[in-house]
Write a protein that binds this ligand. Sequence first.
Ligand SMILES: Cc1ncc(C[n+]2csc(CCOP(=O)(O)OP(=O)(O)O)c2C)c(N)n1
Ligand code: SF4
Length: 238
Amino acid sequence: MIPKCYKKENLPHKFCPGCGYGVILKSLGSVIDHLKIANKSVIGLDIGCGLLAWNLFDVDTIQTHHGRTTPTMAGFKFAKPEAIVLAIMGDGGGYAIGLQSLLHSAHRNDPITVILVNNTLYAMTGGQMAPTTLANEITDTTPKGRDSEKTGLPFLGPEIIATLTNKQAYIARASIRSPLQVESCIEKAIKNQMRGKGFSFVEVLSICPTNWKTNAEESFKFLEKMEDVFVLGEIKKP
Ligand SMILES: Cc1ncc(C[n+]2csc(CCOP(=O)(O)OP(=O)(O)O)c2C)c(N)n1
Ligand code: SF4
């Protein structure tokens, strides 16, 4: 079912066929409908494929600089505490250029909700290595596979963020292989914010068939491999 908060006139969305973003945004749409928060929500979008959602929802959106969505949306929340403030970013935006901003926001326990899409690479710019790239994964900038001895192991965002936040935080990792899990984690994260509690963060493992150069079956096989490295579940809840 198409979420009520979608702007139907802007469908179909602009993501590549088979892209995982569709599942994540539909889950978010269902939560916005269920909690009846469309008129008080605002969505910050990083530069990355997520920005293609700028006119998908009948909800205000803010386009920020690459990596700066977290502080922009934290600022919005401080200016308008009654708003439900969401920040959507990729693993490049959140865990590379925007890491400092993300960690400090988590450390301050800013009462915002961050949804970070982990597709193991920089998708919008053509598939370069990201902090989340798996060991031996082939990307545009690791044509022989990621050499983890030299470039490190995949970055475990939620686990690291959990060490910085206080007891009011909600931190989870979900996968688009289970849209219901994605929906449930996003709903709990937003409810945490609505209760006036602390930082909430959901990393969602997603697929990028275009840059992975995979068909549907191969994409989901790779997603299973990701789930071996990035363990799913609720890492912290109040
Ligand atoms: C300050 C700045 N640096 C670099 C870029 C180029 N750039 C645009 S999108 C992007 C990567 C996006 O990757 P990610 O954040 O993982 O999101 P995805 O596209 O995978 O969803 C980069 C590096 C930019 N727009 N601005
Ligand atoms: S490049 Fe990848 S992440 Fe971006 S829209 Fe296409 S499939 Fe989705």
